[in-house]
Design a binder for this molecule. Sequence first.
Ligand SMILES: Nc1ncnc2c1ncn2[C@@H]1O[C@H](COP(=O)(O)OP(=O)(O)OP(=O)(O)O)[C@@H](O)[C@H]1O
Length: 242
Amino acid sequence: MSEALQISNLHKRFGGLIAVRDVSFSLAPGEVVGLLGPNGSGKTTVMNMISGALPCDGGTIRLGQTDITKMKPHRVAKQGVARTFQLVRPLPTLTVGENVLLSLAFGHRRHWGREARELVEEKLAFVGLAGRGDEQVSNLTYIDQKRMEMARALASEPELLLLDEWLAGLNPSELKIGIDLVQHLQGQGMTVLLVEHIMEAVRALCSRCIVMSAGEVIAEGPSAEVLAQPAVIKAYLGDDHA
Ligand SMILES: Nc1ncnc2c1ncn2[C@@H]1O[C@H](COP(=O)(O)OP(=O)(O)OP(=O)(O)O)[C@@H](O)[C@H]1O
């Protein structure tokens, strides 16, 4: 079977800074893989290139059989890629349901009228916001904003979900709810690339991790093994801990 996502020799410069250097990795269908690394190591830049938000300076990105390297974000979304952002950015004048409804326009299937409303309600129920579609976004607590962000991503019916620190800022009980939700998606066979700093979440969710440092992949493999590697500990905590 072909890989769900295949990244080869990805490269990105910002002026004189090489933010991503020769990065290659792949995700099998249904895998939940962690993309880790200290601040500034290039993780979000990789996510931005996969979603089409940033053009690549080199390398290729394939989604299944399709080369998406040069596609604009709306076309990447139509191919079945959805993402969440570090900071939830709802449209504040719209209701919760309307915020979710909007992302149907970016999905790879068309839904109208009642069918669209039912899909929105289904996604809201999945994330724990059943019956709350008519609420104002400003009423939502932080965890509920995160749930809405996830419902928005799922409403486009993606095959690959990019979660960029979606669990950040949650308290311990909310974190458990967030992890459960991703596990539920995992159970449904969703392929997920997860940028995350919370190791409890990485250990619970990711069978495999890719670790970046200063734009390069420095380790890749089963999570428990990778997280114990001296090079990874050094990248996160400095020389004294390696
Ligand atoms: N649009 C941009 N213009 C210039 N430099 C950028 C831009 N975006 C990112 N960078 C730089 O590229 C490097 C990688 O940044 P990136 O945000 O990808 O790291 P990250 O691993 O996601 O970090 P964090 O965990 O803090 O989100 C950093 O040095 C950052 O300052």
